[in-house]
Design a binder for this molecule. Structure first.
Ligand SMILES: [Zn+2]
Ligand SMILES: [Zn+2]
Length: 256
């Protein structure tokens, strides 16, 4: 069994096709899917929860992407906090820091990330963190604001092995996408070889980051298999073991 730990299949890219997409995932051995809210706008959170309500094997998270931190005020935080009490809302996020695109000012990103860390602590839920070119600040906030009470994952990890170790030391998991199948990703493949499987998740981040051999087309949860196969090859392990351990990791982190 595989689990796609991060997908945005509630989005308009899949309108009217969710049954088929979830069916193809199941045929590929992907038995659970986490529909991550907060990429897009506030409605992506409600849509994730609606999808989780409709499919027993789909779960939801609620948050707002760091790109949109500038749009997160007290009202949005109150509404998101209320959504966390839904039985299939299993994590806070995605949230974090993105200093590559800089769609929101850094100080605003840090304020909102801190507020979501607080929400995760208050609710006891794990946190789904998006971090790009901001490892130092993200680790610092997770350490100081998390105060040892925070569990979570750094999703779509693309950083250095040193950055991965910082997150592992904080008790976090790191999650890999189809990027590890890309031709130019040798440095990241080295990180995959070194990070212990017991601390690793797999995801698609659908509809983005479609793995080879489907690169260029829309991504979907069935393709998380290509991510797991690449990890198996890099680590010299059977695919079954990669599937089993990464699924155990998801279940331990998100309690699903
Ligand atoms: Zn992300
Ligand atoms: Zn995402």
């Amino acid at each position: 069994m595989l689990i796609d730990s991060h997908a945005h299949i509630q989005g308009k890219e899949y309108a009217g096709e969710q049954d088929a997409v979830i069916g193809r995932a199941r045929e590929a051995g992907v038995e659970k899917i986490i529909a991550v809210g907060g990429a897009g706008d506030m409605s992506s959170n409600l849509e994730a929860i609606t999808l989780a309500d409709s499919f027993a094997n789909v779960y939801a998270t609620v948050g707002m992407h760091p790109h949109d931190a500038k749009d997160v005020g007290a009202d949005e935080l109150r509404r998101l906090r209320a959504l966390t009490s839904h039985p299939k809302a299993i994590a806070v996020g995605e949230t974090g820091l993105d200093y590559y695109y800089n769609h929101s000012p850094h100080d605003v990103q840090r304020r909102v990330f801190t507020q979501f860390i607080q929400m995760a602590r208050d609710t006891g839920l794990p946190i789904v963190v998006h971090e790009r070119d901001a490892a130092r600040d993200a680790a610092e906030l997770l350490r100081t604001e998390g105060a040892g009470e925070l569990r979570g994952v750094i999703h779509c990890f693309t950083g250095s092995y040193e950055a991965a170790c910082t997150y592992l030391d904080l008790g976090f998991y790191v999650s890999f996408t189809g990027i590890i199948t890309f031709k130019n990703a040798d440095p990241l493949r080295d990180v995959v070889r070194k990070v212990p499987l017991e601390r690793m998740l797999v995801e698609t981040d659908s509809p983005f980051l479609t793995p080879v051999p489907h690169r260029g087309k829309r991504n979907e949860p069935a393709y998380v298999r290509f991510v797991a196969e690449t990890i198996a090859t890099l680590k010299g392990l059977p695919l079954d073991e990669v599937a089993r351990v990464t699924s155990d990791n998801v279940q331990a982190l998100f309690m699903i």
